[in-house]
Design a protein around this ligand. Sequence first.
Ligand code: FES
Length: 102
Amino acid sequence: MGKIIVGKTSDILPGKMQKVTADGKEILVANINGNYYATDDTCTHAGASLSEGSLDGNVVTCGWHGAKFDCATGKLSAFPAKIKDLRSYKVVVESDNVFLEV
Ligand code: FES
């Protein structure tokens, strides 16, 4: 397991999210009230980039068909069909740098 820098804390302000590429994967990093969380960026329904959806509290809503996932856990929180949860990643902040453990 490695630690990869994905940006500065000032790049992702509270209530915002950003897609980053780390270890060859597209990952969504969200700042929820100053805490950083990371999940896969690719929606498990049909592959949309979740970073192009919307963030409300800790819930990211897919811009294509509206699946909702909890950014903190990666778990599906609302969708009519049963689809997989997102993989979540550990985020570490050190001296204004945001790292992912992948
Ligand atoms: S691709 Fe995300 S809900 Fe369909």
